[in-house]
Design a binder for this molecule. Structure first.
Ligand SMILES: *Cc1c(COP(=O)(O)O)cnc(C)c1O
Length: 397
């Protein structure tokens, strides 16, 4: 049979065709009026997409570059910082902070779970300068409660830095009201464009802290970049085609919101939520256990394989049979769970196809024992029918 290549990974995500065309056509020089106009519009749209009045900065890097920038710009050696860890990306915060000489107070949860807010409160003493967390721990598929942590940092006076690389476009945030000092995203997630640009929004309080922070920074100096951004320029040569792709993506999201970008972003979040619920219900109907049970994200669904099956074989089956790339667990989770993503340019049709493929792959792996086809698809269909009936009832009210 014909096989199309498909990405079902939580980054990079499937690219928007209009964004790919914009990239192919992006023959700009970055010190021209034409490009400044494009760059300025992308900065403003990123602000709206994040939902903040804070200044937005773009770097030509993957998301980890902006994570490093957060640590380098906001901390000094020996600073006491808190890191919330519940998976590989939380651990990355920890190693980044340690690389910059910070003393790390860790609040952790087992893989597949979210943290206990009371633990954060207990360890958030007044000498903790900055708290680093994920909104979505992409490696486990867990959603953390940013609002609850923000309420605590507001009280303690610590800065709050949120890696929302998987969370932006799949989660609702009220950055300014909650008091999130730095929120971080990257182009290759819900923005549905290729990797190359990381972005963030920075509070006034955080800009002030940077003046006193002593850790070294050069390329990732947010203050330098803020000055050039005020003139709609980047300090160094940016990933020009990715900027053009981001503009195309924002136009697409704006259309989803009938001309309003914030409305379109909310529709994109709603889309991810429905795709995630379809996938969770399908997995349960197939008698698979969810890896993230209590606080699953809308960005990615992590599913345990049937007993005796290595999740790596499910990942291989998707690729071999259907040309579809899904993600295995990372590190200690390798072989123990697989992940199906809903970030960005993923729709009802894609999600049903992935669930159908999952039934097929499970059937192949359990041969010669018979597997019944359909329970996963039926569960997903019911989720969609309920959600779309609800949306129509809401619209006619
Ligand atoms: C993808 C991702 C990252 C890493 O980003 P890179 O772009 O690969 O550097 C970090 N945190 C989260 C939550 C992510 O989803």
């Amino acid at each position: 049979m014909l096989i199309k290549s498909r990405l079902f990974t939580p980054g990079p995500t499937p690219p928007l065709p209009a964004a790919q065309l914009a990239m192919a056509d992006a023959n700009y020089h970055h010190r021209t009026a034409e490009f400044r106009e494009l760059y300025g519009s992308v900065l403003r749209d990123t602000q709206t997409f994040i939902g903040t009045k804070n200044d937005v900065i773009l770097f030509t890097s993957s998301g980890s570059g902006m994570m490093e920038a957060a640590v380098a710009n906001l901390t000094s050696p020996n600073d006491k910082v808190m890191v919330i860890t519940a998976g590989k990306f939380g651990e990355q915060w920890k190693t980044t902070c340690e690389a910059f000489g910070c003393r790390v107070v860790e609040v952790s949860a087992p893989y597949g779970q979210t943290i206990n807010i009371a633990d954060v409160e207990a360890k958030l003493k007044s000498d903790v300068q900055v708290v680093f967390m994920q909104s979505t721990e992409n490696s486990t598929g867990v959603r953390h409660d940013v609002e609850a942590v923000a309420a605590l940092t507001k009280k303690s006076g610590a800065m709050l830095v949120v890696d929302a690389i998987a969370g932006l476009g799949t989660t609702h945030f009220d950055v300014d009201a909650w008091g999130v000092d730095m929120i971080i995203g990257a182009s290759q997630k819900a923005l549905m464009v290729p990797p190359g640009i990381s972005y963030c929004a920075v509070s006034e309080r955080a800009w002030k802290r940077m003046e006193a922070a002593k850790n070294p920074r050069f390329y990732f100096d947010l203050r330098k970049e803020r000055k050039t951004a005020a003139n709609n320029e980047s300090m160094y040569t940016p990933a020009i085609p990715v900027i053009a792709a981001m503009a195309a993506s924002y136009d697409y999201i704006r259309k989803m919101g009938n001309g309003d970008l914030a409305t379109g972003r909310d529709a994109l979040i709603g889309n991810a939520e429905i795709c995630a619920e379809m996938t969770r219900e399908a997995a349960l109907a197939l008698r698979l256990e969810l890896f993230a049970q209590e606080s699953p994200s809308a960005a990615v669904t992590s599913v345990c394989p049937p007993p005796g099956v290595d999740s790596g074989d499910i990942v291989k089956g998707f690729q071999k049979e259907f040309g579809c790339i899904i993600s295995d667990g990372q590190a200690a989770m390798k072989g123990k769970m697989f992940r199906l993503a809903h970030l960005g340019y993923v729709d009802y049709m894609d999600t049903l196809a992935a669930i159908g493929a999952l039934e097929q792959v499970l059937g192949i792996l359990s041969r010669p024992k018979h597997v019944e086809f359909g329970p996963g698809l039926r569960a997903a269909q019911n989720v969609y029918a309920r959600a779309s009936a609800g949306a129509k009832a809401g619209a006619s009210r």
